[in-house]
Design a protein around this ligand. Sequence first.
Ligand code: ADP
Ligand code: ZN
Ligand code: ZN
Length: 833
Amino acid sequence: MTIARVIVDVPSRDTDRAFDYTIPERLQGWVEIGSRVAVPFGPRKLQGIVIGLAEDADVELAKLKPIEEVLDALPPLSPELVELGEWMSRRWLCPLTVSLQAMLPAALKGRSEKYVFPAAGAQWSDEETARSGGLLLALRKGKPLKLAMLLQQYPEQGAALKRWLRQGRLEERQRVEDKSSGKTVYTVFPADAETLLKAVEEIPARASKQREVVRYLAENNDPIAVARLAAEASTTSATIRSLEERGLLEIRSVTEERDPYADRDFTASNPMVLTPKQATALAPIVDALNERSSEAFLLHGVTGSGKTEVYLQAIQRCLELGREAIVLVPEIALTAQLVERFKSRFGALVAVLHSRLSNGERYDEWRKIREGRAQVAVGARSAIFAPFSSIGLIVIDEEHETSYKQEESPRYHAREVAIERARLHGAAVVLGSATPALETYEAAAHTRGGSQSGLGKIGYIGLPERVANRPLPGVQIVDMREELKLGNRAMFSRSLAAAIKDRLEKQEQIVLLLNRRGYATFVMCRSCGYTAACPHCEISLTYHRGSSNLRCHYCGYSEAEPKTCPSCESPHIRFFGTGTQKVEEALAEAFPGIRVIRMDVDTTTEKGSHERWLTEFRERRADVLLGTQMVAKGLDFPYVTLVGVLAADSALRLPDFRAPERTFQLLTQVAGRAGRHELPGEVIIQTYDPEHESITSVQGHDYQGFVERALLLRKQLGYPPYGRLIGVTFSHESAAMLLSIGGQFASGLRERAMELGIRKEFDSTGASALEVLGPVSSPIARLKDRYRFQCMVKYRGDVDASLLVSRVLGEIGEAAKRGGVQISVDVDPQMML
Ligand code: ADP
Ligand code: ZN
Ligand code: ZN
């Protein structure tokens, strides 16, 4: 008797193991590794994923309950993805169900039912129909039927049903209700051309319309929408229906697949002739593809060096080898512009996965991959789980982007998942960036040894110049303190103002970046220094001009704009900092008639708005594209010749050891938007900290110098990539409770390390060490009425810190649970807040 080992979808420590179930007769052959099933669990019925099949159970067979239902005909996960999930759970310390669920499209997570219906144009022989015991007749009525119901009503037909589903003659689909739900279209399925031609003779001459339709269908023997056919043959649907009675065609309702890119034409693009540098870059990747070796490469190319063309040609080779490719790009760079480059090269083979699609649209794209109709997946972070079966290449563009790390459980990093998945498939990995993450760079360059990045060995490929010898833009740094001394209190320095004026005259375009992280528009009293903060979170409230209120960006709390200081009643309460709205107003004032597109969280919430703004800008219906990080990524506009950065240093002081790296990356990134085509570009960076290395290195386009110095510092401090971190955050309504639990955790961990003889000093010998920092109040000390404390575990060398941490958490887990303390663990955290 075969037993299915099932992970039930309850994300807790107690249920984080496989439970055994028997497989009832009617489900034999349907339950596979990766199947989604419904199982009884205590008094409840739960969803679960099958992670193993075994001949023996740990408990007596009689005590096992049977699986109730299989929820999909084609298992949504493959054995390979299940294995990947197990690896993720070990790597990032989370329950297995959390890892597995992260791989499923949202549409498959809730309570959902699968429907089965005949595929367009599918045929069955009379014999098959006869042998199907009524199943085919039921299905061919055209109404989709529930899979679970079919399996129950036609228990003998399981094998046939499965065969037809796999052959594609039947399709299964989940009903996903959402706004862009697929349209139902009445579709004509014509008899074969020969039958039709013969029939024409038999149709009475007076029924000329019928004749015309039949002739049309004989010539165009494909399924066609009723309405469309009526139009083509200039007839009515009544005429068409009368032909159905004659048995010359069949009309069925068909759900059209949602295709978010359906109304766009993609002009076909051909591979460009590579520059010699690009060709040299491509060669080792192609070698790896040919040899099916799971090698990883860092493609380090300056902005505009032609990395994307290298990706495209590598993918082409991958497809020629009959294998599949995944391309990850940062969410906000997933614009129509980028999608177009892939769609126009590979057409319908491309599936696109990003969060601006509705659940239904995403599910349809996902199915294209699962059913083998797409060979290239382009998407944001979670597209790394695209359910392909034979991956040859994984590309991660802008690999340094923070969005590749998921900030909720499972807190995985797509870069590492990519490398692991590639290992399972024998696939090549290409990590592309103009400003690689220090971890990646170190893994590729091996500059000074002792790296702990966990990325393994990475090959280095450099593209140090822009295509066609286009120069990198000149970068000017403006000291805003000097401006103030000279009496300029405006938001724009004299040089930036002059440059904007100049571009307006020349009708060229401008990108303005407001680096707002950590620098929100907050309210402060000039008399007493009071700042408006959220009463539930330790966060300054942000002023919103449109609604004249103050809002907390963490919990959504809002209050009316104060007229006087709530603390000292002074009327001198003012807004500080610079929001994009304020910059927009200042632009309008300083440059009357200027056309500004503002892109930030407020103007891009509506679906499709992001793309609309960019299209408008590309069509030069605006002079300035103003925004936050969003305007820095991946955009390629030929008329942009000026990039201005306001408040370049605002994120430098964040309590995060990666702050300088992030600032350097962002500035380099946005500077790369200028002068990408024939017109030369210029960049002006405004700052209060003009000597800071993160800023001066941008001026010299000096990645190498910046990174060498930054790595040296990291090494001295034992920070990644020369040491690793595990962050543990505790939250509770009472701070005292947290100190107690946090303290227990820290001392428990220290004790264990001591027992194992692990030292706690990070000295210059590079010897293994583990240090526990904290518990201390988190940088965000209170969130949604809960206090937060954190411990940071810093370690290096031959120490299995993950194991130690989970052991100690196991020991204090019971007390924490009883006290209502929430604990979250972040292995290799990317955000220190
Ligand atoms: P990156 O991805 O490194 O920023 P892109 O691939 O976007 O660079 O290339 C920058 C510009 O150079 C694009 O406009 C692209 O069309 C052009 N380009 C890239 N490769 C070639 C080539 N081999 N020949 C001509 N133009 C190229
Ligand atoms: Zn005051
Ligand atoms: Zn709040």
